[in-house]
Design a protein around this ligand. Structure first.
Ligand code: F6P
Length: 317
């Protein structure tokens, strides 16, 4: 069996660990694995590379991806299916191991299925917003990164009272990441794209918290509103100084947590076993903590909004 690994869209911590695990497993069983540099655009233009197992192994705990990714819509071209089939046939490639987030699972995987290509996708994005799975690789690492930063903010917040701290997380247009962080870190308020909020309510809540505890911590997802608007308006409404920390892309490139490394190995084993059984197309999903292959079309039901009970708890609603 010969597999090509393709990373599409945003990278995520844990991808390197998964590449290392899949390649190691295949190697032990006499199977071959190569990688596409630069996602599907790279695969279509023959940018293929042998996977240096030792190098990938050393990067297992690092964020990013040893195989470069791409957001280029290479598969949207009308002749993409033919081109891809030709590229795979020429290189005698039997199947693909694909890493990607929401867009990849929703739009790319169905195309590969239509073209009859054998592929297993591993959902990988810090956003944890892929429908049909309750976990995506990289999410835990991004939460851990935020947690460490927030500990530092709390230290200075406590030492020099009288300030409101805003921490903006990545997450695209979804709030799963921000809510997971806010809930576990004991934030005083959280703002998510999925739920509306009122400025009067927010200003009051932050002001009361500063009066009671000395400082207030607000976590917001990048998809909510321009953070600059809040850093401008909250001081006007509360009379309290506001300091903003943007976790930004350092959060996405964070070190892989133990949980993500473990999931990376579990997911890779499941994907390898599935591809070894013969051609198929599916995604490795987590359902109530159990990993399994969901074959056929990716779920188009969408993902339920972030847990309202947790959102209400953080915000004291
Ligand atoms: O991969 C998901 C994500 O990190 C989102 O959280 C974020 O909004 C987006 O990608 C950033 O994309 P880019 O790296 O293209 O700026």
């Amino acid at each position: 069996m010969k597999t090509v690994i393709v990373v599409n869209g945003g990278d995520a911590p844990g991808i390197n660990a998964a590449i290392a695990a899949y390649t190691g497993l295949a190697g032990q069983n006499g199977d071959r694995v190569i990688g596409a540099q630069g996602g599907f655009a790279g695969l279509l233009s023959g940018q293929l590379t042998e996977i240096d197992q030792a190098a990938v192994g050393l990067l297992s705990g690092r964020g990013g991806s040893w195989l470069r990714s791409s957001r280029a819509p290479a598969l949207a071209r009308p002749d993409a299916g033919e081109g891809l089939s030709r590229a795979l046939t020429e290189e005698k490639i039997d199947n693909l191991l694909l890493f990607g987030g929401d867009g990849t699972i929703k739009f790319v995987l169905p195309r590969l299925q239509t073209w009859g290509l054998s592929c297993i996708a591993l959902p990988a994005t810090i956003d944890n917003d892929v429908p049909g799975t309750d976990y995506t690789l990289g999410h835990d690492s991004a939460c851990n990164y935020a947690w460490q930063t927030i500990e530092g903010i709390r230290a200075t917040a406590n030492a020099l009272p009288g300030r409101i701290f805003l921490v903006e997380t990545l997450g695209g247009d979804s709030g799963y990441l921000a809510l997971a962080i806010a809930y576990a870190c004991g934030a005083d308020a959280v703002l998510l794209p999925e739920y509306d909020f009122g400025m009067d309510w927010l200003a009051r809540r932050l002001k009361i918290t500063v009066a009671r505890r000395g400082y207030a911590l607000l976590v917001l997802s990048e998809g909510v509103t321009a953070a600059e608007r809040l850093t401008d308006e909250i001081p006007k409404m509360t009379g309290i100084r506001v300091r903003l920390t943007r976790l930004g892309h350092a959060q996405r490139g964070a070190a892989a947590s133990h949980i993500d490394r473990q999931r990376a190995v579990d997911m890779s084993r499941i994907a390898y076993d599935a591809l070894k059984r013969g051609p198929r197309a599916g995604i490795v999903v987590s359902r109530d903590g159990a990993l399994m292959v969901q074959e056929g079309e990716a779920s188009d039901a969408g993902k339920p909004a972030p847990d309202y009970q947790q959102y209400a708890f953080v915000n004291g609603l």
